[in-house]
Write a protein that binds this ligand. Structure first.
Ligand code: SF4
Length: 378
């Protein structure tokens, strides 16, 4: 397959693994004193395990799995609010499939659907827009969820609804941003990270400069990476080279997809439709300043928070996590999924306790699916 198979070439992967081993030895990385590299994006976590890179790579390199899975970091109170909107009479609640089984405090969306709520899975906010056109007597709500990757498509659908004068379409906005949680992780005194593999899809939208503070203020290298095995190996090597040279810079391994300054059309749509919330709650990380987006007043007619009277400030905070869940520790890289007492016992993809086991980008799902953990648990 053109543009995929060359990035999965075993000979190229072996050469990169050898170069990584040489560089890791030069730096003095060992199993006892490893170099910690956080892959921020859950898509990268899945690639690492899918291709067995964690086992193939030098023993002195440890991948720490970051919080880059938007479904995983969604706070329970917001899932509860989704259910509350979805169960109102006349509402058609639309969502990406990943979010359907994420447990809320009382129930998940799929449970609410089984109890009669009209909840439909869509592949794009444009599907929700089409439902609104065809069901003028119903309120169609789209669950806007995700990082900068999906934020523009939600913005474009709101702009389109405004152009058409649709009055029965709104978005329950839970879009979040990547740079702010990285800052929160770097400010955590318990965190010992040596470098980052930066998210490819998010960076396609925002470019590489929003990460400049990581190199400038924290002296940590970050390399924006693609998702194929040689992308990840080359990016790891680039991080190690920086560490070896005592440098900290933001570099772009995924230049075939990621423009230095991002995508201007997407950035313009984001700027037009959203503004920053003062803070937003992340499951496992708590409140992080300016890490969430809300819909601007001029598009207030398409804001489900306004339409249904569910302001973020009124969210029932302090909804406790389910007892025994170690989602927060896993999401901040302090614990491996298999160290969670619930892994494979109280929490499986069929009966998830935490979102990390549900989402296609969740670290626990990656361990379950690819790392032999399922067999061990069973
Ligand atoms: S195994 Fe389940 S409860 Fe434990 S961290 Fe993963 S998702 Fe959370």
């Amino acid at each position: 397959m053109k543009f995929a198979s060359e990035f999965r070439d075993p000979a190229a992967a072996r050469a990169l693994l050898a170069a990584i081993a040489t560089k890791a030895d030069e730096i003095g990385a060992t199993r006892q004193k490893p170099i910690h590299i956080m892959e921020i994006c859950g898509g990268h976590t899945h690639s690492i395990f899918r291709y067995g890179l964690d086992k193939l790579i030098h023993e002195g390199i440890e991948f720490i799995h970051g919080p880059g899975c938007p479904v995983c970091v969604l706070p329970m109170a917001r899932v509860d609010e989704c259910v509350e909107i979805a169960e109102r009479p006349g509402v058609i609640f639309t969502t990406f499939g990943d979010a359907m089984r994420v447990p809320g405090h009382k129930k998940s969306l799929i449970r609410a659907k089984s109890e009669g709520a009209d909840i439909r899975m869509v592949y794009s906010p444009l599907d929700a827009l089409e439902l609104a056109r065809r069901n003028r007597d119903r309120e169609v709500v789209f669950f806007g969820l995700g990082f900068e990757t999906t934020t523009p498509s939600t913005a474009l659908s709101i702009q389109q609804a405004a152009r058409e004068g649709l009055t029965n379409f709104s978005v329950f906005c839970n879009h979040i941003t990547v740079p702010e949680p990285i800052k929160a992780l770097l400010d955590d005194p318990d965190m010992t990270l040596d470098g980052f593999i930066g998210p490819g899809h998010v960076s396609m939208v925002i470019g590489i400069h929003p990460y400049d503070f990581i190199a400038r203020d924290y002296r940590k290298p970050l390399v924006v990476a693609g998702f194929e095995p040689t992308d990840l190996l080359q990016s790891t090597l680039m991080v190690l080279v920086q560490i070896g040279e005592g440098r900290a810079a933001i570099e772009n391994q995924y230049a075939r997809v990621v423009p230095e300054h991002g995508n201007p059309v997407s950035l313009a749509a984001i700027a037009d439709v959203y503004e920053r919330r003062p803070s937003f709650e992340w499951r496992g990380l708590g409140e992080i300043d300016a890490s969430g987006l809300r819909i601007r007043r001029k598009y207030g007619a398409f804001d489900a928070e306004e339409k249904f009277g569910i302001g973020y400030a009124a969210s029932s905070r302090n909804v406790p996590e389910i007892e025994g869940c170690a989602c927060g520790a896993v999401m901040t890289g302090k614990m491996k999924p298999t160290q969670c007492p619930q892994f494979g016992i109280g929490c499986t993809p069929e009966m998830p306790l935490g979102a990390l086991m549900v989402s296609s980008e969740g670290a626990c799902a990656a361990y379950w699916q690819y790392a032999g953990a399922r067999a061990a648990a069973e």
